[in-house]
Design a protein around this ligand. Structure first.
Ligand SMILES: [Zn+2]
Ligand SMILES: [Zn+2]
Length: 329
């Protein structure tokens, strides 16, 4: 079932589908081009195009993860306007729409996770959660007022297509400079990288609500995408790396404000590592880290009955009062 509120006219669906198919066609085109190119056996050329793809993916994914998601939507840290603007612009280069609309959709996802009003839940079909919801999504709906009041995010959003174009022009220029040519630079660092970065993001909505482990008993289907076995583990590791840690999605649903989505041993989270480094050099501050103690407390809380939860909250409140009071209570 697809939620009626997110239906849009057929012509808009057709345009969205066409835009979404472009990176898929470019990947096919790139594969054919590589297999027929006179450079196909030339190792430096192969390594160069791989580097273009990897850098292209990571730049965009840090933009989505640190810019759109942990920064704009969840306010998990604070930073200078120029760095916030840079992360948001990098996210725009993924062609996932305007940051303020992305964040608006994402707030709805958290508010109604895996319920009827969730814009992208596998409850409405795996395909719908992965991709189909974008085709059905109503991009005309109101931007959340929180983001509407964010001047910088609105300004960056207004120029989304310009950042996306820049995200193609830069690898094209570098391609020309390093000798593989502007077309190959744009194809591998642009089209192919966009395809993989987007599939990574889509996977968080579909795969990380379907497969993997649940460290927290949240009342949705979110999972931390960590599979076992000789095939499962490398795949999970690759997805965590590619999405900059966003596949630790059950942790994120349990503690939405956390700057670190990796909370337990072995849960790779490149965005958290980047934030630690940026915090160390003073470029980000007020980072909302979640330590093992807070994670364990939240795990306990989610397994409690409502009565137990109330009693626990009262106990914590009394402990706080006792801390402040000069006499013991
Ligand atoms: Zn979120
Ligand atoms: Zn989710």
């Amino acid at each position: 079932m697809i939620v009626a509120a997110y239906r849009k006219p057929a012509w808009q669906k057709a345009i969205t589908l066409a835009i979404m198919l472009v990176p898929c066609i470019l990947v096919l085109f790139a594969a054919i081009r590589l297999s027929t190119s006179p450079n196909r056996g030339h190792l430096p050329y192969i390594l160069t195009v791989i580097a273009f793809v990897l850098v292209g993916i990571k730049a965009r994914m840090y933009g989505i993860s640190l810019g759109f998601h942990r920064g704009l939507t969840h306010k998990a840290y604070e930073t200078h306007d120029w760095l916030r603007g840079l992360f948001l612009a990098l996210g725009c280069a993924s062609i996932q729409g305007e940051p303020v609309r992305w964040a608006t959709d994402h707030v709805e996802h958290h508010r109604h996770a895996d319920k009827d009003e969730d814009p992208h839940s596998p409850e409405h079909g795996f395909w719908h959660a992965h991709w189909g919801w974008l085709i059905d999504s109503n991009f005309e709906r109101e931007v959340n007022p929180v983001f509407k009041n964010d001047k910088l995010a609105m300004k960056i959003s207004k120029w989304t297509w310009a950042w996306a174009a820049l995200g193609l022009a830069i690898p094209a220029a570098i391609g020309a400079l390093v000798g593989i040519g502007w077309w190959d630079g744009m194809l591998w660092g642009g089209g192919v990288a966009i395809f993989f970065a987007n599939q990574g993001t889509y996977w968080v909505n579909s795969g990380a609500h379907t497969f993997g482990r649940r460290d927290f008993e949240t009342d949705d289907r979110s999972t931390n995408f960590w599979l076992k076995g000789p095939l499962g583990y490398p795949l999970s590791l690759f997805m965590a790396w590619m999405t900059c840690g966003e596949t630790n999605h059950n942790n994120h649903h349990a503690i939405g404000h956390a700057a670190n989505h990796g909370m337990f041993k072995g849960q790779l989270d490149p965005s958290a590592r980047a934030l630690r480094l940026l915090e160390k050099v003073g470029l980000v501050w007020n980072v909302r880290w979640v330590d093992a103690e807070e994670a364990a407390r939240r795990q306990r809380e989610l397994t409690m009955t409502p009565e137990e939860r109330k009693a626990e909250a009262l106990k914590a409140h009394r402990a706080k009062l006792a801390e402040k009071s000069p006499v013991s209570v």
